[in-house]
Design a protein around this ligand. Structure first.
Ligand SMILES: [Zn+2]
Length: 127
């Protein structure tokens, strides 16, 4: 969580350099945690390395009670990647659904926001 209001930055101007760093950190953190969860060495299960990689991965994941955590990590990585892409496109700060600008306070609190408040609250059309 970022503190309210970035130091010495006017709220109308997004410091994309700082946002990018924060997003990348957030993503790296999530990717590392996901890798940890998915590569749990304990429980001595007999995963066969002779299997195709995809099968082994799915098996390893479904075995875990943390699968919900992995899901939400995947989601947050996806969101952060999208926010980074928007930085590159120059559309950062605009809602992905309606194109309205996202309130700076919201971006400050959640830099990975890619939709406005209204669309963040609305259920996604598809899952
Ligand atoms: Zn919107």
């Amino acid at each position: 969580m970022l503190p309210e209001g970035l130091p010495s930055e006017p709220m109308t101007e997004v410091d994309t350099g700082a946002v990018r760093r924060a997003l990348q950190e957030h993503r790296d953190d999530a990717v590392a945690r996901r890798a940890q969860l998915m590569a749990k060495p304990e429980r001595g299960s007999g995963i066969s390395f002779g299997k195709r990689v995809g099968d082994g991965t799915i098996e390893a994941v479904s075995r875990l009670s943390e699968v919900g955590v992995v899901d939400s990590l995947n989601l947050s990585i996806e969101r952060v990647e999208r926010a980074l892409a928007k930085l590159d496109e120059g559309s950062y700060g605009c809602c992905d659904v309606c194109g309205e600008s996202i309130p700076p306070a919201r971006l400050a609190a959640r830099p990975e926001s890619v939709v406005c408040v209204k669309h963040a609250l609305a259920p996604r059309p598809r899952r």
